[in-house]
Design a protein around this ligand. Structure first.
Ligand SMILES: [Zn+2]
Ligand SMILES: [Zn+2]
Length: 226
């Protein structure tokens, strides 16, 4: 119901223009901006899909995840899309961004049983009004999407303001999973992977609740060392 309300709202308030370059009379992402998105999932690495088949330099930070894929490299247009969605509240971007993640889901994780958006604490949800990770699941098979299988039990500072070790510390024990994940293959969904700390903590929580496999799919990824 909330989604249909949001869809209706964006239809009313969003003028027909590209959310990235503000070119008028184009869809939420115009073809020129679309062409600037750099895929990050077409490499040979079996774990992250970005680097080469062996000795992948981009698997740093993916410990604790059975697999990870990002649709695009964060730098440039993809980073702009992430920031416009989250901080400029251009929720009209949610669906087209999700549509661009769908081929990655179908190709890399066809056997994920449950698709779980990284949850937001209810206080932040109240402030922002939407969870971008949920919007990024909007084009996925809804019978596998579980918005309530994982929730945040502790309010944490904005991760972007913390350094690596501080991030991991601040997140410890911040999430809880429902018994529904036990025995399942669970795919976490988020907008961006930076250090991977949030996804690792979510994965640990889900694995402790009995999941047999935990992976992650994000719209973008800040590649280590780039
Ligand atoms: Zn554009
Ligand atoms: Zn890799």
């Amino acid at each position: 119901m909330i989604r249909s309300w949001l869809d209706g709202l964006t239809h009313v308030v969003a003028p027909p223009k590209c959310c990235l370059c503000y070119d008028l009379d184009t869809p939420p992402i115009c073809s020129e901006c679309d062409a600037k998105l750099v895929p990050a999932w077409l490499g040979g690495c079996p774990r992250c899909g970005t680097g080469p088949t062996a000795d992948c330099p981009f698997c740093i930070g993916l410990e604790g995840l059975d697999g990870a894929r990002a649709a695009y490299v964060y730098e440039g247009a993809a980073g702009l899309a992430v920031r416009r969605l989250k901080f400029h509240r251009l929720v009209a971007l949610g669906r087209p961004m999700s549509e661009r993640m769908l081929p990655v889901l179908e190709s890399a994780f066809p056997d994920a049983d449950l698709i779980v958006p990284v949850p937001m604490h209810r206080l932040r949800m109240a402030m922002r009004g939407f969870n971008q990770s949920e919007l990024l699941c909007s084009a996925f098979p809804q019978d596998r999407v579980r918005r309530d299988a994982l929730f945040r039990i502790r309010y944490t500072r904005q991760q972007a303001r913390l350094r690596g070790k501080e991030r991991a510390m601040s997140l410890r024990g911040a999430f809880r999973a429902t018994p529904e994940v036990a025995g399942r293959r669970v795919l976490l969904v988020d907008d961006v992977m930076t250090t991977g700390a949030t996804l690792r903590e979510c994965a640990d929580t889900i694995r402790s609740a009995g999941a047999v496999w935990v992976g992650a799919l994000t719209f973008a990824r800040e590649l280590p060392g780039v």
